[in-house]
Design a protein around this ligand. Structure first.
Ligand code: HEM
Length: 232
């Protein structure tokens, strides 16, 4: 028997799908800004041995000479990123959905078992509710990373006005490094997330759009009452 099971709330789907283009624009515009001061490189005696983004990479993605365009996009879409994030966190807390998302004590141990299962090294996956241990850790980490991007972003945006955020981030330079490293973290998360979504299959993906999943349930056993009564 087939049954429709509600899986994801409208608010969760809304925030997820708004975040996808917004985050993409933040990463892309961030790269246009980074080009303006291509700082992360290894130079010795005037010779650059390693550049984080080599010139061919910048040319391929049409990044050079678009600093002001990058800033315009970045400082417009940061509002959507921050507001969407605040709405999502508030909704998760108020609705109680955080209980399905937050890592539990056992999650850190179980995440290894999930990994071994995903790599086909272990047969059985640990029992789970809506999200498994690895998902709980990853989805909570991404929220913390989002808060980190907002804090470091504001710190380097208005370092004089928000001097206490600069101090909290360990100084302007360190805030900028954290801001950049977090961006690398999103790209890493995105790659793993896409692979996992692909492996979980179409049903799982479509439920992130529609909010429900069609599940097979066993038909309820027919109790032959009359027959049993006759016997006794
Ligand atoms: C997920 C969201 C975000 C991503 C992926 C992101 C990414 C980036 C990247 C890659 C850069 C270039 C890094 C560099 O030049 O060192 C950058 C620069 C910058 N971002 Fe963000 N950012 C995000 C959110 C924010 C927010 C919320 C603000 C808040 C104002 C912000 C403010 C800035 C500023 C001011 C710069 C220029 C830094 C500089 O002068 O070097 N960012 N961002």
């Amino acid at each position: 028997m087939k049954q429709i099971k509600e899986k994801h709330s409208l608010a969760m789907r809304w925030c997820h799908w708004v975040n996808f283009p917004v985050l993409t624009i933040m990463i892309w515009s961030g790269m246009l800004i980074y080009w303006g001061d291509d700082e992360y490189k290894f130079t010795l005696f005037g010779h650059t041995f390693f550049k984080f983004f080599p010139d061919w990479f910048n040319t391929f993605f049409n990044i050079p000479r678009r600093l002001s365009e990058g800033m315009a996009w970045h400082f417009l879409f940061m509002w959507f990123f921050i507001l969407n994030g605040i709405f999502y966190v508030a909704y998760t807390l108020i609705s109680g959905e955080w209980r399905e998302l937050a890592p539990q004590k056992k999650s850190f141990k179980e995440a290894w078992l999930v990994l071994l299962h995903d790599l086909h090294i272990r047969k059985m996956a640990p029992p789970q509710n809506k999200y498994n241990a690895a998902q709980r850790i990853a989805y909570t980490a991404i929220i913390i990373m989002g808060i980190g991007s907002a804090i470091t972003g504001v710190a380097i945006y208005k370092p004089v006005q928000f001097y206490y955020l600069v101090w909290l981030c360990g100084g302007y330079h360190f805030a900028r490094i954290i801001h950049f490293v977090l961006t690398l973290g999103y790209v890493f998360f995105f790659v793993i997330h896409i692979v996992q979504v692909f492996l979980a299959g179409w049903k799982n993906f479509s439920s992130a759009i529609t909010g429900f999943e069609v599940v097979e349930t066993k038909p309820a056993p027919i109790i032959e009452k009359k027959h049993d009564e006759e016997k006794s």
